[in-house]
Ligand binder design. Structure first.
Ligand code: SAH
Length: 386
């Protein structure tokens, strides 16, 4: 039987509205077993739902449901089957998507990406770790994968007092899988790649980018990883150059270009050294998609400084009338903050930029507006005045 936790008066409202996290200071009394389930109640004793409990976490309670229902294998199987089916129906021309985004899919702490028939999972919380006996068989039942690999090897696990871990759950797991998106083939580095192997979340921006290109446009794809943006550009008849400092990403980008019958240079370089060395007025498009160096509010300033520096060095290389596309992939940097940071760089370079377009993470990474933290990826499109 789950233990009970009572929330302070007033704190029940956001939970009723679908917000999934309870902070320590919001608990009036009660606690659960580390990693166990707790029933969450308001001060009148009414049940708000069930969540997992971890006394060591910044968010001791993470909600799983606001209904009165048992959390068991059948519960997970229903949620996973539904989440997968919605993506399969709504996403066109791809065989790969995020099946579960964790809390934004009502599965706090459980990330599942589908690459064709292969799954990559990431367990982020102690609670989800303890529920493995339910979700793992449910995942096999509902998603019928050919293989399952676990990539719980991210630093964030330490905060939950979990050690990073990676390995096969259902083998044999291939080193790489080729996924298909809009007629392009992408190699997914299941075991050795970043995150779960590929940036599914940028699909919306990739599509908008390809649609905006004209043949002959000169494109610089900085932080290219396996070249997903550069490949779109090459296919559109533009002239991309991809830049990344990770040798495995660079090799894979080159191999994927060949796999798709495309040709473009892929440069292994540090973006902070590469950008200042580019000739002025060279590019019609410059993409900056740096890694999320700020997962916490304390690191926000270093991310801002990093983006300022990148934009500052990229702007001279952009033609008048060219567009700078900047992504920030952390909740810690909001879109207004991103615009503000790029504005400071533009001021320092005496360049006027028009914000023309904004894109976000694609729909398989849901962003419930009741849970603002879910909107982590935003991209501003800034056109340099002629
Ligand atoms: N644009 C990619 C995803 C980028 S992820 C896509 O859509 O698929 C961030 C990338 O930045 C990683 O591939 C990482 O190797 C690279 N990277 C990190 N720091 C870098 C630096 N200083 N210079 C160049 N590349 C860097």
């Amino acid at each position: 039987m789950p233990h009970d936790v009572w929330l302070k008066k007033g704190r029940e409202k956001k939970i009723r509205n679908g917000y999934p996290w309870v902070q320590r200071g919001e608990i009036e009394h009660g606690e659960g077993e580390p990693g166990g389930l707790v029933r969450v109640r308001d001060m009148d004793g009414a049940t708000l739902g069930t969540g997992t409990f971890n006394p060591a976490s910044r968010f001791p309670v993470r909600m799983l449901t606001t209904q009165e229902e048992p959390i068991d294998q059948a519960w997970f199987a229903r949620r996973l089957a539904k989440a997968d089916q919605i993506r399969r129906t709504r996403l066109q021309n791809t065989d790969s998507w995020r099946v579960s985004g964790g809390e934004s899919d009502g599965l706090s702490g459980l990330i599942i990406d589908r690459y064709g028939d292969h799954l990559v999972v990431q367990v982020r919380t102690l609670g989800m770790e303890r529920l493995r006996e339910f979700w793992y068989p449910a995942l096999l039942e509902a998603l019928k994968p050919a293989s399952v690999y676990e990539r719980s090897d991210m630093a964030g696990r330490n905060e939950e007092r979990l050690s990073p871990h990676a390995g096969e759950l259902l083998g044999p797991v291939p080193e790489t899988v080729v996924m298909h998106e809009d007629g392009l083939k992408h190699t997914v580095l299941i075991k050795e790649g970043l995150k779960t192997g590929f940036y599914l979340d940028q699909r919306q921006t990739r599509r908008a980018f390809e649609a905006a290109l004209k043949p002959g446009d000169k494109v610089l794809d900085v932080f290219s990883y396996t070249g997903a943006f550069a490949m779109r550009a090459a296919r559109a008849g533009a002239l991309p150059t991809a830049v990344d400092m990770n040798p495995l990403a660079v090799d894979t980008a080159r191999a994927d270009a060949a796999l798709n019958g495309l040709e473009f240079p892929v440069v292994e370089a540090n973006a902070f050294e590469f950008l200042p060395s580019e000739a002025p007025g060279t590019y019609d498009w410059i993409l900056l998609d740096p890694p999320a160096i700020a997962k916490t509010a304390e690191k926000r300033d270093s991310l801002k400084w990093g983006i300022w520096k990148l934009a500052y060095h990229a702007l001279p290389a952009l033609k008048p009338g060219g567009t700078l596309i900047v992504s920030a992939c952390t909740y810690q940097m909001s879109l207004p903050m991103l615009v503000d940071t790029v504005r400071l760089a533009a001021n320092d370079q005496h360049v006027i930029l028009n914000l023309e377009h904004m894109t976000i993470q694609d729909i398989d990474h849901p962003a419930p507006i009741q849970f603002p933290e879910a909107l982590y990826l935003k991209t501003g499109w800034f056109r340099r005045a002629d």
